[in-house]
Design a protein around this ligand. Structure first.
Ligand code: HEM
Length: 159
């Protein structure tokens, strides 16, 4: 019986240590260690990029949306000033065209990606997820394309 209680019992046989400085334990390669021969993961970083996009687009949207609400609904007489002439005046400037374009794209992509998450979380059947996301992506692409077309082809002299 060993009276030595100062060292761990691991690797000990009847009080004698199995390994020491002259007889070290064999080095066992970690099973998941990556080497140059390890195949590359087939999964990309899409979800991480989507997570980051939600945060960054959210920050930009705060500025764009609050600015939009102030200009459209608060300043300069509030909603009563809004009409064809007001819209035509604003879209005559590339600055407001880019503002509205950015707001359209970011809000649509942010909202669509948020809903994609909601669908993934709540729709339990694979088929339901497929159809809901198909509908979501169709509506998203349609709205982005139509909105972009309107911003760039708006004609103030239309009759
Ligand atoms: C105005 C500034 C906005 C900020 C700061 C913001 C921020 C965020 C953040 C950080 C998330 C991620 C939450 C999470 O992962 O748990 C999120 C989710 C979401 N956002 Fe926004 N967002 C904004 C505007 C919008 C707009 C304009 C829309 C709609 C077009 C929208 C629709 C959504 C949806 C549907 C989700 C998913 C909700 C969920 O996962 O439960 N957001 N938002």
């Amino acid at each position: 019986m060993s009276a030595d209680t100062s060292s761990s019992a691991i690797g000990e046989v009847q009080g004698a240590s199995l390994y020491d400085v002259d007889n070290p334990a064999p080095y066992i390669e970690a099973p998941r260690k990556r080497t140059s021969k390890t195949p590359r993961s087939t999964r990309g970083n899409f979800e991480m990029a989507a997570w980051l996009f939600m945060r960054l687009s959210g920050i930009v949207l705060v500025v764009l949306v609050i600015g939009h609400l102030l200009i459209q609904l608060v300043l300069d007489g509030g909603v009563s000033k809004i009409g064809f002439a007001f819209v035509a005046g604003r879209w005559a400037s590339p600055f407001w065209q880019v503002w509205d374009l950015l707001m359209l794209w970011l809000a649509m992509l942010h909202g669509a990606n948020g809903l994609r998450t909601v669908i993934n979380d709540y729709a339990e059947r694979a088929n339901t997820r497929l159809w809901l996301k198909g509908l979501l992506y169709t509506a998203t692409v349609f709205t982005i394309l139509l909105g972009t077309l309107v911003i760039f082809t708006f004609d103030p002299n239309i009759r």
